[in-house]
Ligand binder design. Structure first.
Ligand SMILES: O=P(O)(O)OC[C@H]1O[C@H](O[C@H]2O[C@H](CO)[C@@H](O)[C@H](O)[C@H]2O)[C@H](O)[C@@H](O)[C@@H]1O
Length: 377
């Protein structure tokens, strides 16, 4: 993994993306059903050893799942086709009709929010910070930090990330925000904030603590096995774990998918999905970024309120859970950050983090202007 922060462009075709979405959707039905392993108080710590031995001696178990591995590799490839062709142009424009730019539709968005409290939910990677090759160097710009800080002055604001809460906090460094790390499985309220904060006690919610030893064990196993795949990187996100393949040669993807899949197969209580050149491994509990959004709205006192307008901005598959919740509630809106058409539950789009920043700044400008107008009356 390079120590330099390298910008990585991700040319993707609409067909490729839709293909990937379908493959990912289909592959979820291939996950083993959830069963409780009662050895050793719920976790089988011998699994790691058994697994490593199995890898040394045979890949028979993996071969049985050839079709499934092929689906994963297809999905990995579909997320990075070589170029954008002209057929894309018409797909792009029809997609843009369905998911118009949140900047172009700014006035409509503001009208829809009239009389309601906007609550902001922001994903981190690919939304507040550009995608880079080294996950440790995914810094957000100082101007983005200022924009988020300003937004949080006027609207309750939460960062919702796949990263561990501590890690994403270290990137954002704003104490006045809510943070939901590990795909929403680790939620903490602000350490400083507005006086009218309805909850005096700081929020702390961790619905997956029982999985900590298992995630820790799987992380260690994954670190050992990916050593043989140059460029692969395991990131411990505390309640979940990521295996990055952004810097792995495409010829090695199949190997990597097989190895990761066979580790995860040993843990029926874990599931694996694919994000942007990353495998995400997390507990099968029914908790995701959508549930985290609902939990935060409730903590803020908006559980059954019709006077709230949640806005969620994100770029990845895991953000779809939050977009879906907003669609189902018929409240607020989702904004997908993407340069290319993607199947999404979001209503609007923004092309890249720079546009996210512009959108946040316009929100702040509008709020300041409307406050000035009110104070004049
Ligand atoms: O929910 P998010 O905040 O978007 O986190 C999702 C994953 O983001 C990170 O990986 C992605 O960004 C990296 C840095 O730009 C990039 O190198 C990688 O290829 C992307 O997948 C993070 O490192 C993961 O742990 C998160 O799960």
């Amino acid at each position: 993994m390079t120590k330099q922060s390298v910008m990585v462009s991700e040319p993707q075709t609409a067909a490729g993306i839709n293909n990937m979405m379908e493959i990912v959707a289909k592959s979820s039905s291939l996950f083993p059903s959830m069963e409780t392993n009662t050895d050793n108080g719920g976790y089988n710590f011998a699994i790691k050893k058994q697994f490593l031995k199995k890898l040394e001696t045979s890949v028979a178990g993996v071969e049985k799942g050839t079709t499934r591995i092929n689906a994963w590799v297809d999905s990995m490839r579909a997320s990075s086709p070589p170029c954008i062709n002209t057929a894309m142009d018409s797909d792009q424009s029809s997609w843009m009709m369905q998911h118009p730019s949140a900047l172009n539709m700014f006035d409509e968005i503001i009208n829809a929010s009239k009389g309601k409290q906007i609550v902001m939910f922001l994903d981190y990677d690919g939304t507040l910070s550009p995608i880079v090759a080294d996950p440790e160097r995914a810094f957000m710009s100082e101007s983005m930090r200022t924009a988020v800080r300003d937004v949080a002055r006027y609207f309750p604001t939460a960062i919702v990330s796949g990263r561990s809460r501590d890690k994403v906090y270290n990137f954002v460094q704003l104490a006045e925000l809510y943070y939901a790390g590990s795909h929403g499985m680790d939620i903490k309220g602000p350490t400083k904030g507005p006086k009218n904060n309805k909850t005096n006690k700081p929020v702390l919610f961790q619905p997956a603590t029982e999985f900590l030893p298992m995630i820790d064990e799987v992380t260690k196993t994954l670190i050992e096995i990916v050593q043989s795949v140059p460029g692969a990187l395991v990131e411990n996100n505390i309640f979940c774990v990521s295996v990055h393949f952004r810097c792995v040669d495409e010829e090695r993807w199949e190997d990597l998918a097989k190895q990761v899949r066979s580790v995860v197969d040993e843990y029926p209580e874990l599931r694996m999905s694919q994000g942007r050149k990353v495998f995400e491994i997390r507990p099968t509990i029914k908790w995701d970024k959508g549930k985290a959004l609902e939990f935060l709205l409730e903590s803020l006192g908006y559980a059954n309120s019709t006077n709230v307008f949640p806005v969620y901005i994100g770029d990845d598959l895991t953000d779809e859970d939050a977009f879906k919740v907003l669609r189902e509630r018929g409240q607020g809106l989702g904004i997908l950050v993407s340069k290319v058409p993607k199947k999404t539950n979001a209503s609007y789009s923004l092309r890249e983090p720079a546009e996210v920043k512009d959108f946040l700044c316009r929100l702040v400008e509008w709020k300041r202007y409307s406050r000035r107008m009110i104070s004049r009356v």
